[in-house]
Design a protein around this ligand. Structure first.
Ligand code: AMP
Length: 447
């Protein structure tokens, strides 16, 4: 509370700026209905990528964004696009769109669609989301009237273009999202064919979490004098997250997972499995142990994936098992723990995975199971994040007489992995909970 002298001092000063909650986005040059929508989403301050990108994008510059999901990049590109469409309003011709956002997965497309709806709720613009694996009738109908924004995955868009239902000749802004993932998923040729159909005169926004040479070349070819923004270099994401590794025989991993998940402090866990088959087997095991869980991966129907996601988001299940591709780009609030049931062989994937528990600046806990064959992966990961991952020595499936391949750091506060807490130990990895992102001001309480 202010005392009198402080109050007096304030009164002699010029009017203070409005609180950040009112002002953060307005000061980037965004118009009132957009600032209002963002405020209604409970965003108080722009994230670094938003702060760095939005003013340039409002001026029509191209952008090369080295950023992964979780940095706020969707709003970084969507808000200035909405502003441009609003300030230069015109009706798109039937089957055309003014803005195309190309993104690799259905989930990501849907999420961007939701963001466009939320941020644009006071603007009355027309947008649609199209992706494969579902009927095309509604998508064709949405396109037939002409759109302000189309969010699409490459395969279905090409299909609709080939059938004459989608025409790209009216595009003013082209956004390529998760370009490196497009490459991984084998979409790069589709992407190039789509790019060839977009008018050369346009604003282009290019996002990729990593910049392998193929992607850098693609960016070079389609961007014109871009502003470059790089946020959350992988190592720094990893710093905010409490990380632990448990050495375990492969055969003991299912039982170890069930045991770890007995800790009620694990309020919402995303479990990564390398294979779809592995994910299915895990679910059966968890259900047998009475743990409510579901899986998402490419073999599941769109409906089944959406159902699983919804159950996870709403808290009806507390464990979601996913493969990397299925989980990429999925935006779920309040993941308290990421569990690497299998360690990834690409170290950057580890960082992307664990970043799921540290969205928009929050911290979180990541627990990795490492069998003998995965030791080399662990070493690559530690090299990338530039620190050893502390080992949990005390767990019921500890490898017999097998010390870790390399000495590892301990801080004495390692977690008892599965409700078998050591005396005097209060705050270890799995015992922490409630590391969800603060949204709407509510931090989840710790146990
Ligand atoms: P994205 O990287 O676009 O997937 O965004 C990650 C998450 O951060 C989403 O759930 C957004 O709703 C949220 N978000 C985006 N911008 C902000 C912000 N300025 N403040 C708080 N949360 C944000």
């Amino acid at each position: 509370m202010l005392n009198t002298s402080t109050t007096a001092a304030i009164e002699t000063l010029p009017a203070p700026p409005a609180p950040a909650v009112e002002n953060g986005f307005a000061s980037l040059g965004l118009i009132e209905p957009i600032v209002r929508a963002v405020r209604e989403e409970n965003y108080s301050t722009p994230t670094p990528i938003q702060g760095q990108a939005i003013p340039h994008l409002l001026q029509g510059r191209d952008l090369l964004g080295c950023a992964q999901t979780g940095t706020g990049k969707t709003a970084a590109f969507t808000l200035p696009i909405l502003q441009r469409l609003t300030q230069q309003r015109r009706a798109a011709a039937p089957r055309t769109m003014r803005v195309l956002v190309l993104t690799p997965t259905r989930e990501l497309a849907s999420q961007i669609g939701e963001s466009v709806r939320a941020y644009g709720r006071h603007l009355g613009l027309r947008h649609a989301v199209i992706f494969g694996g579902v009927g095309q009738r509604d998508q064709v109908q949405a396109l037939s009237r002409g759109l302000d924004i189309l969010i699409a995955t490459p395969g279905r868009l090409l299909d609709l273009m080939n059938q004459g239902y989608a025409k790209l000749n009216g595009i003013e802004v082209f956004v390529l999202d998760e370009a490196d993932r497009m490459l991984d998923m084998g979409f790069i040729h589709d992407v190039k064919r789509i790019i060839a159909a977009v008018p050369k005169q346009r604003q282009t926004l290019f996002f990729s979490a990593t910049m392998p040479p193929d992607i850098a070349r693609l960016a070079d070819g389609i961007l014109s004098d871009p502003v470059r923004v790089a946020v959350t270099p992988v190592a720094s994401t990893a710093e905010r997250i409490e990380q632990w590794v448990l050495h375990v025989e492969r055969k003991d991993k299912p039982a170890l997972l069930a045991s770890v998940l007995k800790d009620p402090g694990i309020a919402r866990a995303l479990v990564f499995s390398r294979t779809k088959h592995g994910a299915n087997k895990l679910i059966l095991k968890l259900m047998k142990d009475g743990i409510r869980a579901d899986a998402i991966h490419g073999n599941k129907s769109q409906n089944a994936r959406e159902r699983a996601l919804e159950a996870f988001k709403s808290g009806r299940i507390r464990v979601l098992v996913a493969t990397d591709i299925a989980a990429r780009g999925i935006d779920i609030d309040g993941i308290t723990h990421v569990i690497n049931y299998d360690l990834p062989n690409v170290p950057e994937t580890y960082v992307h995975r664990i970043g799921r528990t540290a969205r928009a600046g929050a911290s979180g806990v990541a627990i990795s199971f490492c069998d003998r064959e995965e030791r080399a992966f662990l070493r690559d990961i530690e090299r990338l994040i530039k620190k050893p991952v502390p080992v949990v020595e005390n767990h019921p499936f500890k490898m017999n007489g097998h010390a870790p391949a390399e000495p590892r750091a301990h801080d004495g506060g390692q977690p008892a992995a599965h409700g078998q807490r050591r005396d005097g130990e209060h705050r270890g990895g799995q015992q922490r909970s409630g590391r969800g992102r603060q949204r709407g001001g509510g931090r989840r309480g710790r146990r």
